[in-house]
Design a binder for this molecule. Structure first.
Ligand code: F6R
Length: 609
């Protein structure tokens, strides 16, 4: 949802900004721009397209100046045009700004500013801020920003430059993420950590209604009324290589391959000697956890699919009733939450606006919030009572991959933890499950190193227009995730369904053009039924691509293609089954000549409702 990076220091700003924008591009890539101050003049270069394309056709990365702001856009107001790209400049050409968020009262402000003879060049909500700053400017840009912010309603992460004050960079935040990076004789602002990880690991998280003034030597944070706030400096543990492509063609492929490591790190220190050890991390007492009668999980997109798998795990093993809600719907139907309800929020970014709004709704109803988050210091984390991290590392590819499987792992260990606490599983059983869980990273490694069949299948079916993904039980959310991955990176229409539901409608779609991907590892629950569903597809001329357990000879006879995964327990097999689905989507996208890291119209972090 738009990315921002700003720099002030001794180095040339533009190359640092362009480099940072490339790392933030997952937040928006319809247009981008940079503004620097050189010899007390504001310079702006911006255009439509991806950063590399813009770099080729403008002076973008060569602008002079040791202070600058930049932006990559995921448009909300105004079409994708050069004029609507950020930075935006006031009438005098002395003030430039970048913005992530939505100014809700921009129409009223614009009308007022036009009456005062301000000339607008774009159709964005953002441009009103530049003119509002101009209107309030009286030789002090900090003061002007404070006054302007008091007039603005809505969400913003802002970077502001003023050519009359070339030694100050102003930043402000309300409901859109913004961090400050502290360097030596240089300081940064950014939407997200990976953009500045190369330069510093010392971070300040701006909170709502906070402003910051940065010089090359100093950073001061104040509230919107000018009161100085003493902020904590956080040390980031991620290493900067994790935010690079590391020899892979795309972040998506790199992140798919990182899953064995990500899972190992997510398990580290949490499962030891046959025990799940979460008591110290979970900020809820055993008494509070024992009181839980029901769990409601809120999430969006891929994280919502993880929630559905979590529902299966928690009900099956911990015997706790679970409901899964789209975070975007949750607050619009007066959900029933009481003190026996634990609300779990799942979010990779920790910034998804709908998930944040859902936990606020739940908090108003006095629920305790446990969040499962990948990005430390994020808004959802800060508003939760307790947090369990997924240690996936920075996920840059827009399509979520390693975040999903680590979410499943956290849900699984949380389930085992609750099962121990509630005594729905005995110690020996938990120990056995942990042993099998521990096998996952190696089993995934084997799968990742053997993707020939998947590449072949991708090549054969890359030009199909539709695909169905079917699974039952815990494999149903995995099928949903497979369909989502394919549609978002390859633009092939794909639907996920519970396999048995196929006969209630989707079966009408089956013909010789329709590939149907079955998630069908061998189990004692639903496997035999899924074999029947495969027959139904074949009988109608459809193509059956089946993800099956390694020794399954039956499948070979029935399916057009079998993709084998190593043997493990039912629920853990479903986590392994995710890998071929991710790879299939990736290879289909690449075979279609698409960039899977930047699927059209999408943004990694959806910070608007
Ligand atoms: C799909 C994808 C999205 C996100 C969704 C929620 O590949 O990435 O569907 O899962 O936008 O994002 P988070 O998990 O950051 O709340």
């Amino acid at each position: 949802m738009c990315g921002i990076i700003g720099y002030i220091g001794k180095s040339k700003a533009a190359p640092i900004l362009v480099d940072g924008l490339k790392r933030l591009e997952y937040r928006g890539y319809d247009s981008a721009g940079i503004s620097t101050i050189n010899n007390r003049n504001i310079i702006v270069e911006k255009d439509i397209g991806k950063i590399n394309e813009i770099e080729g056709k403008t002076n973008f990365s060569k602008l002079d100046g040791n202070i600058g702001i930049s932006h990559c856009r995921w448009g909300t107001h105004g079409k994708i045009t050069r004029e609507n790209a950020h930075p935006h400049v006031d009438c005098s050409g002395k003030i430039s700004i970048v913005h992530n968020g939505i100014i809700e009262n921009f129409s009223e402000l614009k009308e007022m500013l036009i009456k005062k003879d301000h000339k607008f060049k774009s159709l964005t909500d953002t441009e009103v801020i530049a003119h509002l700053l101009e209107e309030n400017y009286n030789g002090d840009i900090e003061q002007a920003a404070r006054k302007a912010l008091q007039q603005i309603e809505g969400s913003y992460a802002l970077g502001i430059l003023c050519s009359d004050e070339p030694n100050r960079l102003i930043a402000a935040r309300n409901e859109s993420p913004l961090i400050l990076g502290l360097g030596k004789n240089e300081n940064f602002i950014a939407s997200d950590v990976p953009a500045i990880l190369k330069y510093t690991k010392k971070i300040i998280y701006l909170e709502n209604n906070e402003m910051a003034v940065l010089t090359d030597k100093n950073v001061s944070v104040k509230d919107i009324n000018g009161k100085v706030i003493d902020k904590k400096i956080h040390k980031i543990e991620w290493n900067s290589e994790l935010a690079e492509k590391g020899g892979f063609e795309h972040y998506m492929l790199k992140e798919i391959h990182e899953q064995p490591r990500a899972i190992t790190e997510t398990l580290n220190g949490r499962v030891e000697n046959g025990n799940v050890n979460l008591s110290e991390e979970i900020n809820l007492s055993e008494q509070e956890l024992r009181k839980i009668k029901r769990i409601v999980i809120v999430a969006c997109g891929t994280s919502w699919h993880a929630a559905l798998a979590g529902e299966f795990m928690l009900e099956e093993l911990a015997k706790i009733p679970v409901e899964v809600e789209y975070a975007s719907e949750f607050r619009y139907r007066n959900p029933i939450i009481d003190e026996g309800t634990l609300v779990i929020a799942i979010s990779q970014s920790g910034e998804t606006a709908d998930t944040l709004a859902a936990i606020r709704e739940a908090k108003e109803k006095n629920a305790k919030i446990l969040s499962i988050i990948n990005v430390k210091g994020s808004s959802i984390e800060r508003e939760s009572d307790s947090v369990l991290y997924t240690y996936a590392g920075p996920e840059i590819g827009v399509a979520s991959t390693k975040a999903f499987t680590t979410q499943l792992i956290v849900l699984y260990i949380f389930t085992l933890f609750m099962s121990g606490l509630r005594k729905t599983l005995d110690k020996e059983k938990i120990k056995g499950l942990i042993e099998r869980l521990r096998k996952l990273p190696l089993q995934m490694d084997a799968l990742l190193n053997n993707d020939e069949e998947i590449r072949k299948i991708a090549d054969i079916y890359k030009s199909r227009k539709n695909a169905l993904f079917l699974g039952r039980g815990v494999n149903f959310p995995i099928a949903l995730e497979g369909a989502l991955k394919l549609k978002e990176v390859s633009y092939i229409h794909a639907e996920g369904y519970p396999a048995a539901e196929m006969k209630h409608g989707p079966i009408a779609l089956i013909d010789k053009e329709m590939p149907v991907v079955f998630v069908a590892p061998k189990d004692i629950y639903t496997y035999k039924k899924v074999l029947g569903n495969i027959e139904e597809v074949k009988a109608r001329g459809g193509i059956a691509i089946v993800i099956a357990t390694e020794d399954d000879k039956e499948i070979k006879k029935k399916a057009d293609h079998a993709i084998y995964i190593p043997k493990n327990l039912y629920t853990l097999s479903s986590i392994l089954a995710v890998i071929p689905l991710q790879l299939l989507a990736y290879y289909v996208a690449v075979d279609r000549g698409l960039d899977p890291d930047k699927p059209r119209n999408l943004s990694k972090s959806v910070t608007v409702e």
